[in-house]
Design a protein around this ligand. Sequence first.
Ligand SMILES: [Zn+2]
Length: 282
Amino acid sequence: MFFRRKKKKVPPPKKKSRISIPDDFWVKCPSCGSILPNPDLTANAKVCPKCGYHFRIGAYEYANLLFDEGIEKEIGANLVSADPLNFPGYKDKMRKYERLYGLKDSSVAGIGHIFGRKVVGFFTDFAFLGGSMGSVFGEKFYRAARESRRKRVPLIAVLFSGGGARMHEGIFSLMQMVKTTVGVIQLEERGVPYITVLGDPTMGGVMASFAALGDVIIAEPNALIGFAGPRVIKQTIGQDLPPGFQRSEFQLEHGQVDLVVDRREMKRTIARLLDMMTAGIR
Ligand SMILES: [Zn+2]
């Protein structure tokens, strides 16, 4: 006697999907929870169309939003940190970020046009070590300010810098607070307009130097702006902090920033400001 073997069920061959959707196609808004298609979000200046949440944005991306033709001539494009302290793992980290984001450091500087008005731009990128300020950052900002002074064209600095001074370069990073400030003072002496745009976040040594020195200081909505962060302050003073502490709207109310402007209106706003600031000197 024998039993007939049960036929093994073979699963039907998987149909190959003709449409392949990339992993980063859908993005969830951390503020309202809406699921948004990435291309739509990019077309909307990376601002959630449902609730107005401003997603963080890269240095080149911001330059493309603000400038008619993006950055036309880059300043200090090949500067790379010399790792003066031989900080463990620092060089590897820089190489990794260069590979991932195509950035040699946390900032990009260059010449561009805003509705036909020639300007010098300085943009920081949070993706590269938190947009922190090291010696290359300081040097690029100084060269941008120098170019702006020599050509007598306004300087616009757009910042997404969480860490402030970069710990991997120790005192060399802290020295950049002075260097960038000197760049701004020299601009001021020649009466060249300087506008800062503070993104989320703008903190530490960046905020405690050139970021806070703009003739006009603009903030993006709901950006964290300050020196020490709210957690550190809360721990130090042992008190609860008011709602919205250190956010753009709070800083506007307390006189730390001049305007809070939606990113989608940033280019038009800066153009209007430049017209007002340069009236009579053209
Ligand atoms: Zn949203």
